[in-house]
Design a binder for this molecule. Sequence first.
Ligand code: LFR
Length: 488
Amino acid sequence: MSILAFDLGASSGRAMLGRLTDTKMEVEELHRFGNDPVQVGDRLHWDILRLYYEIKQGLLKAKHQGETLQSIGIDSWAVDFGLLNSQGELLGNPYHYRDSHTKGKMEEVFADIPAAEIFARTGIQFLPFNTIYQLYALQHAKSPLLREADRFLMIPDLLRYFLTGEMHHEFSNATTTQLYNPKQQDWDRELIQKLRFPVSWFGSIVYPGTQVGQIRASLRDELAIPAIPVMAVAEHDTGSAVAAVPAMNKSFAYLSCGTWSLMGTELDEPVINEHALRLNFTNEGGIHGSYRLLKNIMGLWILQESRRAWERNGRRYEFAELVHMAIQAPAFTAFIDPDDPMFLHPGDMPAQIRAYCLQTGQQAPESLGATVRCILESLAMKYRYTFHLTEQLAQKSFEGLHMVGGGIHNKLLCQWTSNAIGKPVWAGPAEGSAIGNLAVQWIASGELSDIWEARNVIRDSFQVDTYEPRHADEWDQAYEHFLQITRL
Ligand code: LFR
C-alpha cells in the first residue's frame, strides 16, 4: 500500500507517492506540474481548475503504476481561498495573495479594530495579504462575489471539496486567516461579525489526521478508480514542512526555506503577548495541537523574481550559475532588508534592490553576481536577526538550526546561514512539505505512532547535511553594518 501527497508550491505542484517499510520512508515524485498564477488585467489569480486537472492526472498515474492508495492529502500555501454559491459552485478564480488588491487594506481595518485587538484574538502576524484583509478588500470593492457567496473554503479545502463533495475547514490553514481564535479553539465569530463578514461561511474545523471523505462517485467513474480515503493533513504547507523537521527533542529552531523563509520554533501553546505583537511574530496552528511561533522572511522569492527579470531581458540562468557568480562577487558590499514591502509584489527585483541601496546611501549592485550576493547575504543576516528574536520570545537557546525545503539545494545559503548565526545548520529534507503531508497520513493510519517516531524515521530516511560556522569575526562585523543599514 502507498499513500499520495499533493504539495502545491510556488515553483510547482507535485504528486508524491510515499511508501513505508519497517524503518524507512520512500518518496517518489509521480507527477510534477506548473502552478503559476495567471494575470488577467490587473488581477493575479490561481489557475484552480487546471490544478484540479493535474491532481486527477496524479491519481491516474498512480493507477497506471498499479498502486493501491491507502489515502491522499493536499497541502498548499496559506491565506488564499475560494468562494462558493449556495449550489456549491465556485465563484470566480481565487485571487493570489501577491495580487495588489490588498494594498493599504490592513491599515484601513486597523481604523475600525486596533491591531492589538486582532493580535490578542488570533495570535497571527500582520501580513497585508492575510485572508482577513483579502476579504475586507473584496467587501470594500463591493465585489459581486460577496453577494452570491454562501461558503468560503481555503484552497486545499476547496480542492478536497472537488474531490469528495464534502466541505470542511482544516485547522492549520484556518489559523492563517487571522480569523481563528486559539483560546476559543474556533473561528473568532465576534471578530468576523465586527468585520461584517457572514458568520455562516465559517463551518466546523477538522484537524490534521482526520479522514474528511473519499473520492466522490462521479470522479471514481470518470477515472475508473476505487473509493480512496481523503485525509486532512497540515494543509498549510509550512505546517507540513515543520512536521518533517528531523528534530531530536522538543526544543528546536527551524527555517522552512523556499519561496518564503519561515523561521521559528514549535510550541504547545501560542505566545500571545505585547512582545510577540511588537516583533510581529505569528502563532500558526500545527499538527497535534502544536503552534508554530515564527516569522515570515521574504526568502528566495527575491532571487526567483530577479531571475525572471533577467529572463525577460533575454537570458535564463540556472540557479547554480547565479550562485557561482555570487561567489565571485566581493563580500558585504550592499545589504537590503528582504522584508521591505517593496519586495513583496511581482516586479523588476534587481531595479528594486538598486533603489533600496541608493535610498539607504549604499553603492547599488550592478552586476548579476553582486545582486545575487546582496540577496543571499541579506537573507542570511535576516535569519540571524530572526533566530535571536525567536530565542528571546520562546525564552530558549537553540543549539543550531534545522533547514528544510527546496532552498537547501542552495548550499551557499546554508553555509552563510551557519556563518551568520554562528551555529551549526542541519539541512534536510528538501521535500519537507510533501514528507510532512505523508507523515501525518501514516500517523493517522497508526503505522507511525506519533510525530516523534515520524521525525526519527525521517532522519533515518533522507539526506541531512551539517554545515559548521566559518569566518565568525567577518560575519559579526558585517552584521553590525546590516543592522545600521536596515535600521532593525
Ligand atoms: C509558504 C507560505 C507561508 C505563508 C505564505 C503565503 O509557502 O504558506 O507560510 O505565509 O506562503 O500563504
